[in-house]
Design a protein around this ligand. Structure first.
Ligand code: SF4
Ligand code: SF4
Length: 446
């Protein structure tokens, strides 16, 4: 029986991690569809940024109460991994709480710590479920959150609830079994886990030994299965940020927010025009078969890899949208939705590649127009509030700017006001419809 249990455990582990590896490879492949961008400079600053923002959750603490509750879930997620090591060893070798004897009091301390953070996670989960479904916090109930995004958020919170229940069922029944002298640990010291020593007898104290053993196993297997399910669910969920927040903050743009990068192709052209000694034929002859360079982005493959990583990392928290002046004043634009649509399109392109044996087959669609409309793009004031607010340093603005560049430079499709201004700059060297020489005329007016 024990051998069968170990075989099932190993098979589930291999399948669970195997599926996760396949999906992780797809995410990596999809991100690499983007344009290369060099973010390997200032490595010590990048490590510091990652430790503070992703690991330390620095930006979350701008709103202390949700930050503390989020931290409780995050801490529980991190600390529970210690117990998982034991679960994997016990599952494979058929042992029971293998670290109990060698670690002694330290073991009780670690499991007690897990129990305490699990209670914190339980409170936080109930709070987040209520905030989303009962209090209906506006930023969590906007139109882009209807349907799957809302289900996704609720589902993951329910999984967290089940996980915590499994942990206390496992520990609580074990406490009672030990007290009865029927535990797998008979004679090897007491558990006395901080919380289970009370709730174990209170909830399970009147049950028979057989029932307790069954419940203990349900808690143990439930814990293990929830972890595997969670791992594989990540690929389909906004909760990928649990893993991707780390590279996302490492590769974040460290330049001042108002600093925009120039398109290299345009920079080269301008330099050539401004340099009277430049030899326009000095550059290597372009490959005749190569596609002409594209200015800006109309589809996900035109965005850079960090922008695509941003799309997968977005937590859909809506902090960006709730601080976006365009959204607040009723415009179509929602920076969160920009990230969600970018991810949707990237997923669509990825599925296309999977279906066509590794090659993308033109599907007549693009991120621009099919997912994100020019109206949304032109509603942006480029204020950077969304970037400032984002807890994991995502920049919806950089995607908006690259798509605007495409509209202006490839399609000449800027709004009329902007076209007039650019024509004025071209003709008059100023955004207004009069010559620069007339700029001080106002002082002669009475
Ligand atoms: S930069 Fe654009 S998208 Fe971001 S908050 Fe400002 S207006 Fe909204
Ligand atoms: S871009 Fe950042 S702030 Fe906006 S929804 Fe995603 S994670 Fe939240």
């Amino acid at each position: 029986m024990q051998i069968l249990s170990s075989i099932i455990f190993i098979a589930l582990t291999v399948v669970g991690f195997g599926f996760f590896a396949i999906n992780a490879k797809k995410i990596y492949r999809n991100i690499m569809l983007g344009q290369a961008v060099d973010r390997t400079d200032r490595s010590s600053e990048r490590w510091k940024n990652m430790l503070l923002v992703a690991f330390g959750q620095k930006k979350m603490f701008a709103r202390p109460i949700p930050a503390l509750l989020h931290f409780a879930i995050y801490a529980a997620f991190m600390i529970t991994q210690i117990e998982l090591i034991e679960i994997f060893i016990d599952g494979i070798f058929g042992t029971h709480r293998i670290f109990k004897e060698p670690l002694g009091g330290l073991y009780t301390f670690i499991i007690s710590l897990i129990e305490i953070v699990s209670v914190g996670a339980l409170i936080a989960t109930i709070f987040f479920l209520s905030r989303r479904n009962l209090l209906k916090l506006p930023r969590l109930n906007m139109k882009e959150m209807i349907g799957w995004p809302k289900k996704d958020a609720n589902l993951i919170l329910m999984m967290e609830l089940i996980l915590v229940i499994c942990i206390f069922t496992m520990n609580g029944t074990d406490e009672v079994l030990y007290n009865m002298g029927k535990s797998h640990f008979e004679g090897q010291g007491s558990f006395n886990f901080t919380i289970s020593q009370f709730i174990g007898p209170a909830v399970f104290g009147s049950m028979s030994e057989g029932t307790l053993h069954v419940l203990e196993r349900i808690g143990w297997w439930g814990h293990f299965m929830m972890v595997l399910s969670f791992l594989n669910y990540l690929y389909y969920s906004k909760h990928l940020h649990i893993l991707l927040a780390f590279p996302n903050t490492y590769f974040a743009n460290l330049n001042p927010l108002g600093q925009f990068d120039n398109l290299q192709a345009v920079t080269n052209e301008v330099k050539l025009m401004m340099d009277p000694n430049a030899d326009p034929f000095a550059a290597p002859a372009p490959d005749e078969n190569a596609a002409p360079a594209k200015f800006g982005a109309s589809d996900v493959m035109d965005l850079n890899r960090v922008q695509l990583l941003n799309a997968y990392s977005c937590t859909e928290c809506g902090r960006c949208t709730s601080s976006c002046p365009a959204n607040i004043t009723g415009k179509q634009l929602s920076p969160r939705n920009i990230m969600m649509k970018t991810r949707d399109r990237l997923e669509e392109v990825g599925k296309n590649i999977d279906l066509n044996k590794g090659t993308f087959v033109e599907d007549g669609k693009s991120l621009l127009n099919d997912y994100i409309t020019p109206e949304e793009l032109w509603a942006c004031t480029s204020c950077n509030a969304c970037v400032e607010e984002c807890p994991i340093e995502i920049s919806p603005l950089s995607i908006i700017m690259d798509m605007r560049r495409y509209l202006v430079m490839e399609q000449s499709a800027a709004p009329m006001e902007l076209n007039t201004m650019m024509t004025n700059i071209e003709n008059n060297g100023a955004p207004w419809q009069y010559s620069q020489l007339d700029r001080l005329n106002w002082k002669d007016e009475n």
